[in-house]
Design a protein around this ligand. Sequence first.
Ligand code: MSP
Length: 666
Amino acid sequence: MSDQKTFYVTTPIYYPSNKLHIGHVYTTVAADAIARYKRLRGYDVMYLTGTDEHGQKIQKRAEEEGKTPQAFVDEIVVGIKDLWKKLDISYDDYIRTTEDRHKKVVQKIFQQFVDQGDIYLGEYEGWYCLPDEAFFSDRQVKDGKCPDCGRPVQKLKEKSYFFRMSKYADRLIQYYEDHPEFVEPVSRKNEMLQNFLKTEGGLEDLSISRNTFDWGIPVPNDPEHVVYVWLDALTNYLSAIGYGSDDAELQAKYEKYWPANVQIIGKDIVRFHIIYWPIFLMALGLPLPKKVFGHGFLLVNGDKMSKSLGNVIDPVPLVDHFGLDTVRYFMLREVPFGEDGTFTPSSFLERSNADLANDLGNLLHRTLTMVEKYFDGKVPAIVPNATPHDEALKALVAEKVARVEATMERLQFSHALTAIWEIIRAGNRYIEQTTPWNLAKNEADRDTLGSVMANLLENLRIVSILIQPFLTRTPQKMWAQLGISEGEATAWDSIHQYGAYLEGIQTKKGTPIFPRLDLEKEREVIDQIMINTSKKHAAPEAPKKEQKPQEEKAKVEENNYIDIEQFSKVDLRVAEILEVDKVKGADRLLKLQLDLGDERRQVVSGITEYYQPDELVGQKVIMVANLKPVTLRKERSEGMILAAKEGDRLVLSTVSADIPNGTRVK
Ligand code: MSP
């Protein structure tokens, strides 16, 4: 048997009731990133996704379309598989709940529950949310609306089999206590404990069959009932890897991969995955998945996507127009995994311009332009410590690589990308610090110039390796320009051998890998995508009660705008930091001396926690030059420098190329 470590990751299996939108893409891209990362780290990965094809909702949708449920889902599944192809989703298996390999296992499990006395026949009387395929009691339903999604529920009264959830509730609570890593983020678990497990009556038994329609897996020995779609669906995680099969090879596959390392789901279906699913597994005597990660939602303009708000986004035209990597980058960078995050046309376009075109695209292009100009495109040798900035650059790269590895273990994709972008920005900063154009003037500095180029190329090579879990097209484009082919020089471990792969290689500068986008024009493209998607999205969705009408939102946005005249009153200038001192008696404050071209200014700034004084000297920053002067701790402050702040990070706004001090920023 191979001793290669395994990694089993799953997404929810999606309802093929409609085309999928960027919310579904979000989960699938996240799971893809961790699957790719683990493969790069040498794991034998099993990445599973699929479709949840039974149930009343699908049957109803098929009837509306005048198709049999099977024909209806078959068509949608073709579209979903095409979508995953378009998005470079590297799944290893795709499970459909209408496949025989799955149906057999569901029936077997159901029968085992019956034999064990976990199931009894009764009558369900209560509420049902069709879009969520979920049961609710009188206590949970308010004003006839589903407590989860806010859409209207329907009354049900039908014969039904029930699963004795109550029998396992205490074991589950104990399991949570013994395995704090089981559910992430922790808040999701606390919510479930409070709302379902530690309520007055305790956990209610769950209805696990339906008998008023027939699109489902027949209950063994009682074909009047079909298995409840959630028991059917959850079983996919086992059936896909061969659990319950008589085939020895499939059994071995199950042994190899179960328990799953991580099951990635959205916060909307946490209850099913951290209450019912573990209880079913306990009843089967199987180990529980090591982790269930319930991520937040991708919102659009701050709202949940819905047809009635006209904000649903079809990923296909988005990828067609902006390119796959821009879409994948945005999703994984913009939204801290676990929390909700918002897609807005401007945040999407700005990420593309600032991070992809400016930071990464520019570093590659300007470096290769210089290597071509000064060395005919051939990579020179690294000279240790050729400039006073080399050690700091190398140390920063090592520190950020370690951070990428640590954050990926915790599925913190946005943090990993932030660390990678710090390497890229350090590369751009290194160009400003070493001023290669000045080194090129002196033949005596030729080796130093060569070493600066080689360090920059090495920085780019490392970046091209680190971005592979997230961006699937850019690494190859970078390798083509850097003159390296996939192999040793692109392997993950090569990152730790700084400078070992590039010397003497012929680079091939190409066109910039990310175009700069025209914000105005591209915003219209995104608006149009939303309009077209909303028109096409067939399933009606009721607006949530707290959602505001469009006009009201528009008014709020209007009030947040400033006009061009107001903006032009702000005098923004490029300023170079000449000297930096601590302010006496104030740990948090630094005193900066700035060169504004024809004058010098002193600015007091609270950036001590984020920058060392000598990191700041020589940087060209953006300054608000006409801010009313103030005195802070007896020091005069004559303006303000701009910086971006995110959580516990702060990054100075600098200029991307050399430009005279005092230049107006517009
Ligand atoms: N079929 C069930 C899942 C069964 S798993 C055994 C289902 N399907 S679904 O098609 O409705 O997909 C729900 C999942 O899609 C969410 O849990 C989440 O992973 C993803 N998302 C749908 N909309 C989303 C956002 N707006 N944002 C992020 N993810 C969201 O529920």
